[in-house]
Unconditional design. Structure first.
Length: 147
């Protein structure tokens, strides 16, 4: 893990491409693009259909390893607006299990703006935590610190 300091807060960059915020015991991830393979399959480009389940399994293991209490997914969690409906039952169950164990928040992104099924968590447009704004895309008109 690599220590990063930003706006008076310490984070650790963890090997699985996530930030861990020790003070909040929070994992922060973005651009997971669940169901990207099934989206491409509809267009005739077949990829192994295990991307969502594998990513969720890695995320679950990381939450256990860091003893996270919160999980913040900063947008584009799904590749498109129909991704939630295409989610495999085992992947859906893993999302819901994460929501049972953690305070799970899904921030919407440009790929999943119509995302409304909370899958064990809550769907929000953005969030302010301890003086930091969490959102999918930076707001150039907002001078407050954001991730």
């Amino acid at each position: 893990m690599v220590l990063l300091s930003f706006a008076g807060h310490d984070f650790f960059a963890v090997g699985q491409r996530a930030l861990f915020w020790p003070r909040r015991q929070a994992l922060i991830v973005a651009d997971l693009h669940f169901e990207k393979a099934s989206w491409f399959a509809r267009l005739g480009q077949f990829l192994p259909p295990y991307d969502s389940l594998a990513t969720l399994a890695d995320l679950s293991a990381l939450a256990i390893a860091t003893q996270a209490r919160e999980l913040w997914c900063l947008g584009d969690s799904f590749h498109d607006s129909g991704g939630v409906a295409r989610l495999d039952p085992a992947a859906r169950a893993l999302c819901e299990e994460l929501g049972d164990r953690l305070d799970l928040r899904w921030i919407v992104g440009n790929h999943d703006r119509s995302f409304s099924d909370p899958l064990g968590g809550a769907v929000v447009a953005e969030a302010e935590l301890d003086g930091l704004w969490l959102r999918h895309e930076a707001d150039p008109s907002d001078g407050r610190p954001e991730i």
